[in-house]
Write a protein that binds this ligand. Structure first.
Ligand code: MN
Length: 131
């Protein structure tokens, strides 16, 4: 057993997120496992850019109310306790409700090059409000 003290919380980079997003790494892929996990907190209105995961992703909503969306589909509301599974290379975004915080654990595998996500364009306000 080992207890790992947390790394400092990081601000989600502006290339990948809209609004204020705080990311805490739980584990990064390493020689023991290609699974990465992060706890991500979104302030109201904040969201990821469009992106996809080469090995897919599982989200577990730990707090609050948020949105998730895949291409060619309407925005769907998510709440604490929901589990969202995206298949490999399925383009999507996730984020907070306009008036509520949302936090989730994000669990994803790394590909042969160590990549867990491929980032695309930002989510427009029109797309974000397409409930
Ligand atoms: Mn994702």
């Amino acid at each position: 057993m080992k207890i790992i003290k947390p790394l400092p919380s990081g601000l989600g980079p502006a290339d990948c997120f809209t609004g204020v997003v705080i990311v805490d790494a739980v584990r990064n892929p390493d020689e023991n496992s290609d699974t990465g996990c992060a706890h991500v907190r979104f302030t109201p209105g904040a969201r990821t850019a469009w992106h996809k995961h080469p090995k897919g992703q599982t989200l577990y909503v730990t707090d609050g109310v948020g949105y998730v969306c895949q291409r060619e589909d309407a925005v769907k509301e998510i709440r604490a306790g929901d589990v969202i599974v995206t298949e490999a290379n399925e383009e999507h975004w996730h984020g907070a409700h306009p008036k509520h915080f949302m936090a989730h654990l994000a669990i994803h595998g790394a590909d042969e090059d160590g990549n867990t996500a491929v980032w695309l364009e930002h989510v427009s306000d029109e797309e974000y409000n397409n409930l």
